[in-house]
Design a protein around this ligand. Structure first.
Ligand SMILES: [Zn+2]
Length: 356
């Protein structure tokens, strides 16, 4: 291995986030439109020889939200490379595509394809390929078995007519809209109350993110380091989850080491020594699930670390040579760490900021 390659490989770490989140109100996770009802997505889960249905915060949808959150933030920070990126047409070259992956089917600025008879095409050949994503979202199956609630909604027209605010008859509203150039079907749609039905669910959703081979040091022409991008997209995605409105979930509080704190664990590592705090999809009981999460959160390298974790909420492991190979942030400390990392502030991480 060349000197250069050695330097790069030493700077790569894995980062896992485990959390139980709860919807901050009823949410809609769009599935199919059934006549005038917007259905939510459910998942079938085997349980004691039967099949039960649970609400599902689909990781593919979480992923889209996470990607958008980062795209906009990198643009806000003045990242020129993301300006030609987007969703679903990814560019394949920006920091976001490098981390979240891309499918590239056309090359920007390419010249029209030549006919087969012409052979000078080396520089103009269409580039096709893909960049593998290094961030994986999983979980999302609710703990409780819940039937979605169908709610009747009414979209009421509201306009200011002749300086007055309130309900007006349809003809008056139509007159106003016509003056604005609206005609045809749109005129009826925009002037009359429109009833519709929508399904909503609430609940607790265990979610897991696995990000691998992250470059821990920020590149010179990058606005965020890769671990920062993962932390930022995780934190921001929580606020924006759900199709339509309302939106939002938050990390559930529970007891870890007998102390009420957010149920979240973050591992930074080169050696996978932490027990994964994952909840079985067939688990239906909230108390059992929360206890299982808290118990697994404390197990590192096959040992219950409760004594140490209850003081610091930070478990570290070194290799034979004295280098850190694993660290786990638990509960309150994990949430603080994620927010500091997302915000580009200094953290107490041993793996990300090696001491001199
Ligand atoms: Zn891109």
């Amino acid at each position: 291995m060349s000197k250069n390659n050695e330097d790069i490989s030493k700077d790569l770490v894995h980062m896992d986030i485990y959390a139980i989140v709860e919807s901050t109100q009823e949410l809609h996770f769009g599935n199919v439109k059934d006549l005038n009802i917007n259905r939510v997505e459910l998942i079938s889960v085997p349980k004691d020889g039967a099949i039960i249905q649970k609400p599902y915060m689909s990781p593919t949808k979480v992923r889209g939200v996470a990607r958008r959150a980062l795209l906009w933030e990198l643009a806000r920070l003045g990242d020129k490379k993301v300006m030609s990126c987007g969703i679903p047409a990814t560019c394949g070259v920006c920091d976001l595509c490098k981390l979240y992956g891309a499918l590239v089917t056309t090359q920007k600025g390419k010249k029209p394809k030549r006919s087969d008879t012409e052979t000078q095409e080396a520089e103009e050949t269409e580039t096709e390929g893909s960049v593998a994503s290094r961030v994986i979202q999983a979980g999302g199956v609710a703990i409780q078995e819940l039937s979605p609630a169908i709610k009747q909604r009414l979209s009421s027209p509201c306009y200011i007519i002749n300086g007055k605010i309130g309900q007006y008859d349809v003809e008056e509203i139509k007159k106003l809209l016509k003056e604005r150039g609206i005609k045809g079907d749109a005129l009826n749609r925009l002037s009359q109350p429109m009833p519709y039905e929508k399904e909503y669910v609430t609940g607790l959703f265990p979610i897991y993110w696995h990000a691998y081979y992250l470059e821990k040091v920020k590149g010179n022409d990058s606005k965020m380091s890769e671990p920062q991008m993962v932390a930022f997209s995780f934190i921001e995605t929580l606020k924006r989850i759900g199709a339509g409105h309302p939106k939002g979930a938050e990390i559930k509080e529970g007891k870890i080491s007998e102390k009420p704190q957010p149920l979240v664990v973050v591992d930074i590592y080169t050696r996978p020594l932490g027990k994964r705090p994952i909840i079985s999809i067939s688990e239906l009981d909230e108390k059992t699930a929360l206890e299982a999460f808290a118990k697994k959160a404390l197990i590192v390298n096959g040992t219950n670390t409760n004594d140490k974790a209850s003081k610091t909420n930070h478990i570290t492991i070194k290799d034979e040579g004295g280098f850190f190979v694993f660290e786990r942030f638990i509960g309150e400390n994990a949430e603080d760490f994620l927010r500091q990392l997302a915000g580009g502030l200094a953290t107490s991480s041993e793996m990300l900021t090696p001491k001199q």
